[in-house]
Design a protein around this ligand. Structure first.
Ligand code: ZN
Length: 468
């Protein structure tokens, strides 16, 4: 029997055990909550940490609880040659589930439940891979692999910062919190905020307020504005055709002296604006098409319509569109905007390629916004890149190709993972390319056969990097 066959048989025999253990973690609603003694991220994440500690001990691993922030499970004693980073916290369930989000349900070859894909299924897959490597390779394993399970990935990754304030990183680190094959490049970021104030105006018709977006890293579906000096019927007639053209739904409600316009597009992660339809920029386009009187709010909306036109997810109008071979194109999502009778403030989330820097990116955005009369503040975050010829990347791609028969390749992404600040780290799995896991949405799922394959892939990587 080859190592590949040994690994495959070991994993296939444990299908039901694996699904049961993922189910044990899915049953814990580990959404961030209020901090309590020994529970830095609230009761849910703490309960998931406790359950995972029991699970890892049950599989025979030495575990450690780092003050309720993270737990570790070690394959052998001593310094780790390989760290694997995954997380036990989840985002809230939201609406639209066909099954109970906190009961793992097997259906159509998939396991449904909050966290099955992000990231409890992959976390348990990594744990099983360690057990598999231990059982299959036995004494040939000479170096340690450490699984590090965090509880704050979705709310700022304070868990991992705490861990690395106490421990150093291993020479190799991968995080199964994304897709296969290998993501070795994570874009940098530019988080921009701009504002402008003015004297109240009595001009009619005018926009009196605007409210869109709720989180800087989410391209928003919804935005609403109050317009004074038009009847609801007039506004519906003036805005209807353009709303349809922009692909957003429009509702108009009467308010004293005017009407409230609400649009709904499609939400997306800020790093993938092409997958959404931005409610803020759509509503600004609708307002700019109205015959408004001259007023400070009309002027500000015109300026913003010019700098962030609807459909421009590449920062072209802001002058920062760029791309490079390794990381792909810059993306931009205008994600937060508020306006009152005396001013406005907004934010955008841009994911920038390695070639972006202070001079060609932040300074350009600042100059354009300041020239248009806004005060601007922007913070840049550096990108992350691990060379494709690193031994870790090569071992990961080889194992992926061995067990899937597909061609492995290195990819770039806009979202940041746990490894963003870890030298030599990569994101690796656990969803197969093209699979829609509905992560962060309703009916989150993983494909069971794919997850069993992921366990095999991880086990082979552990054997390769930790055996003599
Ligand atoms: Zn995740």
């Amino acid at each position: 029997m080859t190592v590949k066959e040994d690994i495959s048989r070991w994993v296939d025999e444990r299908r039901q055990d694996y699904l049961r253990d993922v189910g044990r973690l899915v049953a814990v609603r580990s959404v961030a909550g209020e901090a309590k003694e020994g529970m830095p991220f609230g009761e849910g994440p703490a309960a998931a940490l406790k359950e995972a500690l029991a699970l890892a001990s049950g599989l025979g691993f030495r575990t450690k609880d780092y003050d309720g922030y993270v737990m570790t499970a070690d394959l052998l004693e001593g310094e780790a040659a390989l760290d694997i980073l995954a997380h036990l916290d989840v985002v809230g369930e939201g609406d639209g589930w066909e099954t109970d989000p906190y009961t793992a349900v097997e259906k159509d070859g998939c396991l449904y439940g909050r966290g099955t894909d992000d990231d409890k299924g992959p976390a348990v897959a990594a744990l099983y891979a360690m057990a598999c490597a231990r059982d299959v390779a036995g004494d040939r394993l000479k170096k340690n692999t450490r699984l590090i399970l965090g509880t704050d990935e979705e709310s700022g990754s304070r868990d991992i910062r705490h861990y690395y304030s106490l421990e150093k990183s291993a020479p190799y680190t991968f995080s199964p919190d994304a897709d296969f094959p290998v993501i070795n490049t994570e874009k940098g970021g530019l988080a921009g905020t701009f504002r402008r104030e003015w004297e109240p105006s009595g001009a009619l018709p005018r926009v009196s307020d605007f409210d869109g977006g709720y989180r800087i890293n989410v391209l928003p579906a919804d935005a609403a504005a109050r317009v004074l000096g038009f009847s609801p019927e007039e506004l519906a007639a003036l805005c209807g055709p353009l709303a349809e053209k922009l692909g957003v739904s429009l509702s108009v409600a009467e308010i004293p002296g005017g009407a409230k316009l609400s649009v709904r597009g499609l939400a997306a992660h800020a790093s993938t604006p092409e997958l959404g339809n931005n409610g803020i920029t759509a509503l600004i386009a609708l307002l700019n098409a109205l015959p408004l009187a001259e007023s400070p709010s009309a002027e500000a909306l015109r300026a913003l319509g010019g700098l962030f036109p609807h459909g421009d997810g590449a920062g072209r109008a802001l002058g920062i569109a760029m791309a490079d071979e390794l990381s792909g194109p810059l993306t931009l999502a205008f994600s937060l905007f508020r306006m009152t009778e005396t001013g406005c403030a907004g934010s955008f989330d841009s994911r920038v390629p390695i070639c972006a820097g202070e001079e060609n990116c932040r300074a350009v955005a600042a100059e354009r916004l300041e020239a248009a009369g806004f005060r601007f503040e922007g913070v840049m975050r550096p990108p992350h890149h691990t060379p494709a010829d690193s031994p870790l990347v090569r071992a990961c791609l080889r194992s992926y190709e061995t067990f899937t028969g597909r061609k492995g390749e290195c990819l770039s992404m806009g979202g940041g993972t746990y490894v963003h600040d870890i030298p030599g780290g990569i994101a690796f799995g656990a969803a197969m390319p093209g699979f829609e896991s509905n992560l962060h949405g309703a009916n989150e799922r993983m494909r069971i056969d794919d997850m069993l394959t992921a366990i095999k892939i991880f086990a082979m990587v552990i054997v390769e990097l930790c055996a003599e």
